[in-house]
Design a protein around this ligand. Sequence first.
Ligand SMILES: Nc1nc2c(ncn2[C@@H]2O[C@H](COP(=O)(O)OP(=O)(O)OP(=O)(O)O)[C@@H](O)[C@H]2O)c(=O)[nH]1
Ligand SMILES: C[S@@+](CC[C@H](N)C(=O)[O-])C[C@H]1O[C@@H](n2cnc3c(N)ncnc32)[C@H](O)[C@@H]1O
Ligand code: SF4
Ligand code: SF4
Length: 367
Amino acid sequence: MSGRVIPLHDSRSLHPLAVAPVRVGMPLLDARGRPLRDLRISVTDRCNFRCGYCMPKQVFGKHHEFLPHADLLSFEEITRLARVFVALGVEKLRITGGEPTLRRGLEALIAQLAALRTPDGRALDLTLTTNGSTLVKKAASLKTAGLNRLTVSLDGLDDAVFQRMNDVGFPVADVLDGIRAAQAAGLGPIKVNMVVQRGVNDDQILPMARHFRGSGVTLRFIEYMDVGATNGWRMDQVLPSHEVQRRIAAEFPLVPLSASAPGETAERWAYADGGGEVGFISSVTQAFCGDCNRARLSTEGRLYTCLFASRGHDLRGLLRGLEPVSDEQLAGAVAGVWTGRTDRYSQLRGTAEAMAEPRVEMHYIGG
Ligand SMILES: Nc1nc2c(ncn2[C@@H]2O[C@H](COP(=O)(O)OP(=O)(O)OP(=O)(O)O)[C@@H](O)[C@H]2O)c(=O)[nH]1
Ligand SMILES: C[S@@+](CC[C@H](N)C(=O)[O-])C[C@H]1O[C@@H](n2cnc3c(N)ncnc32)[C@H](O)[C@@H]1O
Ligand code: SF4
Ligand code: SF4
């Protein structure tokens, strides 16, 4: 049987008058008291990789369908919305996707976002997550455009394992060259994210730790998550962070570090001998919803308040509606969504409440 994997387009419509009051300078808190600090912007739902845990090639005999270009937010629309989020307290912008570096002219968007300032005049933490495949070509221009730092995803050093993970035959050496290009361009501090799947790439944990120790790059291990509905997630493929940490500490003793920012996803550790830092992102075994301060703007302008959401709130509809809306009205609409937010999917995983509705794919919502 063939068919299409269509991202869930189920959205909640927003009305600019259905708003919450915005108090300038006061943190905007959700219904669980969590501030809005981090906006992750998906600039494309397309990708040149097919990682099995994210966008598997074979999905029940179907293939992925992507948004037509006209549905994507323009750079001007993204920047306008980002400005509204920054006025509401966002201090960090992460550009993601899909593979964000595939979006044509991305540097122009980065330049626009880099010019934004917080209400008290500070520059933002502007970062990007990439599979690293285009960095040799693009690292310097991303830096010139105003990107501060980046995170590269890499799931192993062995070509056979990595090519099995990305499923398009992309070689490790090209990603490593990309990381070096990013370091040379001054896009630091650089983080490398490795999703660990038991029995698939867990033999790469120690080679990766040995490789990045002392390199100035922070390696972070991510527990394989049940995000989306197409990756065939199974709990027995999750290698808990404490086990990853045990394997590393057996060779390189580790000491704990304190969090560098509130709501941080990774638990930070340092190599006791001064070899740098390593992190563990344990969203399956140690959910961190309690201080989750992240909002997500999808490729076509829907606001998601959780990575595991089943519905987004249609901001593009407000931007492109017949009635013009002011930035204040947009801010009120976003504030209305955020103040009503109760999400805590990872804490509820496995319960009827968490499993009740289908989830949107991560490459669409923005990882
Ligand atoms: N469950 C869950 N997982 C998340 C969330 N945010 C990030 N992750 C996971 O953590 C991984 C790393 O995210 P990053 O964007 O690199 O991490 P970050 O902590 O926001 O970034 P830094 O500011 O560089 O530390 C993602 O690829 C996801 O797998 C979240 O809100 N919920
Ligand atoms: C969706 S990708 C988008 C950015 C870019 N294409 C990349 O791979 O870095 C963002 C991050 O999500 C992570 N990710 C995707 N699916 C995941 C899953 N099922 N569990 C944990 N992390 C996942 C990836 O490893 C990557 O670091
Ligand atoms: S994790 Fe990133 S590189 Fe891999 S398929 Fe998803 S979007 Fe593409
Ligand atoms: S599961 Fe949802 S609420 Fe929990 S940390 Fe992730 S994005 Fe935040």
